[in-house]
Each structure stands twice: as C-alpha cells, then as structure tokens.
Design a binder for this molecule. Structure first.
Ligand code: ZN
Length: 292
C-alpha cells in the first residue's frame, strides 16, 4: 500500500482557506479499506493553527462512488443504534417539530418573511417548511433531487452556487445552507458570494456537523459526521463564526445552536457589511475583518 502515508498538505502548496496559513496537523486518517471511507484513496483531516479543519488530499470524482453524487446509494454508510436513534428522532419531532420546522421558526425570529434561497435544497424538506412564510427558491446540482422538488411546485435552479445564474440585485432576505458548506472547498469564497445576494440586515443560516462535539470526541475517526471522502471542511463554533465575520456577517447570539453537548452546529449570521467588488480590495477587507 504505497499511499498509506499521508503528506502534509503544505507540500502540495495548500494554504488555509480562512487564515492563509500553512501550519497544519493531522487529526485523523482513513485508508481506503476503512469501513467509513468512501474514497478509493487514503485521506486525512487536517487542522490549521487557526483551527479550521479540512480534508486532504481531496479525492477526485472518479475516486468516489457514482462520480461523487451525494444521492447515490453506493457510498459507504455505517449506522449505529438505528432503532434507538429512529425512536428518539420520532419522539423529538413529535414534541419539538422536525429539525427543518425548527430551523425555519428560529430563522423567523430574525426575519419573519421575505425571499428565501435554499442552497443545496436536496429533496426540499426545508423549502416545504419555509413556503408558508417566504417566497422560496432552491438551488440544487443533483438532477434527481431538483426534478423531485420541482414536481412539488418549487422553483429550483439546477446548478451549483458557482454556476448559478443569480442576479445580485435580486436580493434574498434569507439564504439557508443545511448540510452543504461542509461539502465545499472554499467556504470564504462561498460566503462572499452569499453576502452579495443578501441586503444589509438579511440573514444567512448555516447548519453543519460540529467538529469537537461530544460524539466526535468519543468516537474519533469513527464518527459518521466526517462522511469520509465527501466532507471537505469541518467547523467548530469558533471557526464558523470567524468565517462569518470575515465575510461581512455577525453571528447572532440568539438563535444559535452551539452548546457543548451538540453534534450539530447551527449559526445565523446577519449581514452587517457590503464587500468590495475589486478582488484586491476584497482580499484586504477579508483580512481586516478576520483580524478584528
Ligand atoms: Zn487557518
């Protein structure tokens, strides 16, 4: 097994997406044979000195089942205590509402109504909850998922955020990303794009698995939050707040889900600053906001 030894990402010229630094330590590694590794290569999660964690090397699409389509049934998925988890989930949903319903109700504490864009809308669970209160649009690269959501009457653009034909004068008062940001390689660039889609005072909502939550701490690399091969960036409350601040948002104190016992992190960021269009001025602004 020639590739079982991982090389520090510095050697391939990688720099931290958040701080631009190059001081990385290995958190976990998974060989291709590992039960949770969907990729055909050894991959690792690395942590920058600024605490942002990222996958390296990044598997190419051909090294993932069905060319990386998240909706494939061929990716490795190991579940623990399925029946216990299912029962607990059902009870929680009964008492508190589904996670999607709660996310929308909490978001409405900040923005009660308006236009909402759900990036990576999947099969439309969140859009369904938002529909009574917001004019809803979805963005979804998977043809399977996009077709499914359209059939229920939603307007869905089948594209990634990179390729989407979104007009920046067509503002959204709320932009949601439920379980999406951890799949992308450029969270700062993504939040810059989202900033331009939101008016001042509008809100971005981000839900991601939480690095250093209790299950990660107890299971280490066996934690299924890594979705090995698919999740490319992982956040703690601190690093996600830093990404938000760097890109012109202020994380709200309430609502916010970042308690010590949470394995899932949800953060609401209110847009407090416009970002310059000129790339050089933009880089300076991000660096200044990051340091503040
Ligand atoms: Zn960093």
């Amino acid at each position: 097994m020639g590739n079982s030894k991982l090389r520090n990402p510095v050697e391939s010229g990688r720099i931290c997406n958040l701080c631009g630094g190059t001081s990385f330590r290995l958190l976990h590694a998974w060989e291709p044979e590992h039960l949770r590794n969907s990729a055909a290569i050894t991959v690792g999660f690395w942590e920058c000195a600024c605490k942002l964690a990222f996958l390296d090397p990044l598997p190419q699409l051909v090294q993932l089942p069905s060319n990386g389509d998240w909706w494939t049934t061929e990716r490795k998925e190991v579940r623990r205590n399925v029946s216990f988890k299912k029962v607990r989930e059902r009870l929680q949903n009964l008492v508190f509402g589904t996670p999607e319903a709660r996310l929308i109700q909490q978001t409405r504490q900040l923005v009660p109504t308006g236009r909402l864009l759900d990036i990576g809308c999947g099969t439309g669970k969140l859009l369904e909850q938002a529909r009574p209160y917001f004019q809803c649009h979805g963005l979804e690269p998977s043809e399977y998922a996009a077709t499914e959501v359209r059939s229920r009457g939603f307007r869905v653009i089948q594209a990634t955020l990179e390729d989407a034909p979104l007009e920046s004068d067509d503002k959204y008062t709320v932009v949601t990303m439920d379980s999406v940001l951890e799949h992308l390689t450029d969270p700062v660039g993504t939040l810059v794009k989202i900033n331009r889609l939101i008016p001042l005072g509008g809100v971005v909502v981000i839900k991601v698995p939480k690095l250093w939550g209790p299950t990660h701490q107890s299971l280490g690399r066996e934690w299924n939050g890594f979705r090995v091969g698919y999740h490319t960036i992982m956040f703690s409350g601190q690093t996600l707040a830093n990404v938000l601040r760097a890109t012109g948002f202020e994380p709200t104190r309430r609502p916010r889900r970042d308690r010590p016992f949470d394995d899932i992190l949800i953060m609401w960021g209110r847009k407090v600053a416009e970002l310059p269009a000129d790339p050089e001025a933009l880089a300076k602004t991000i660096a200044r906001r990051r340091a503040a």
